[in-house]
Design a protein. Structure first.
Length: 199
């Protein structure tokens, strides 16, 4: 609930209500953007519709800029953020597994729930498979958790690693976003012929 929790201590019920409202709002936006469709999501891998990457990258940069502005104004203490300890090997393997699941299943965890909400059967299948995988992982691979924990490199952020301030990194990512949007537009034009009819 950060940054709300920095200014007011809500009750548990209020926190849950806010979380549910945010969840429904996020799911609604996902569905309205077409991200409840596996075809829309996997189109990015065929390079003819990069909407998923554009939306996600824009959201990341917007959040980054918002955090920088709020922290600079003194309205947000970034030290209150929890930063997941970095484990480059584990995160690289996890990214590959996640990406493979995305390609094969056509969804990520959030978009599969949005698909379920609109009655898509493939969304239900994907979500059930995801939950089964989580259960199997948690029950059968306790040593992996120990390995991830023991080999972590600690909290690593771009400012802490490079010594370059957050403001500079924010401007860099805004510029990269603008260039990436242009490049993705070129890709979409180049591979438009791969778009299935009627989509």
């Amino acid at each position: 609930m950060l940054p709300l929790s920095s200014y007011h201590e809500f009750s548990t019920i209020a926190y849950l209500a806010i979380a549910v409202a945010l969840g429904f709002g996020f799911g609604f936006c996902l569905e309205r953007a077409g991200f409840g469709s596996a075809r829309k999501l996997t189109a990015v891998f065929y390079l003819y519709d990069m909407a998923v990457v554009k939306v996600m990258f824009t959201a990341i940069v917007t959040a980054m800029a918002g955090i920088f502005v709020l922290s600079t104004a003194g309205w947000l203490d970034v030290r209150e953020f929890y930063v997941e300890p970095t484990n480059l090997a584990a995160q690289a393997i996890g990214g590959l597994v996640f990406g493979a699941g995305f390609i094969v299943g056509g969804y990520c965890p959030g978009t599969s729930v949005a698909a379920m909400a609109t009655g898509r059967k493939d969304g239900y299948v994907f979500a059930l498979g995801m939950l089964a995988g989580v259960l199997v992982y948690s029950e059968l691979t306790p040593d992996i958790d120990a390995w991830v924990r023991d080999t972590a490199q600690g909290e690593m952020t771009l400012p802490s690693v490079t010594g370059i301030g957050t403001g500079v990194w924010t401007m860099v990512f805004i510029a990269v976003l603008a260039f990436a949007a242009w490049g993705m537009g070129r890709l979409e034009s180049r591979f438009a012929g791969l778009r299935p009819r009627g989509s």
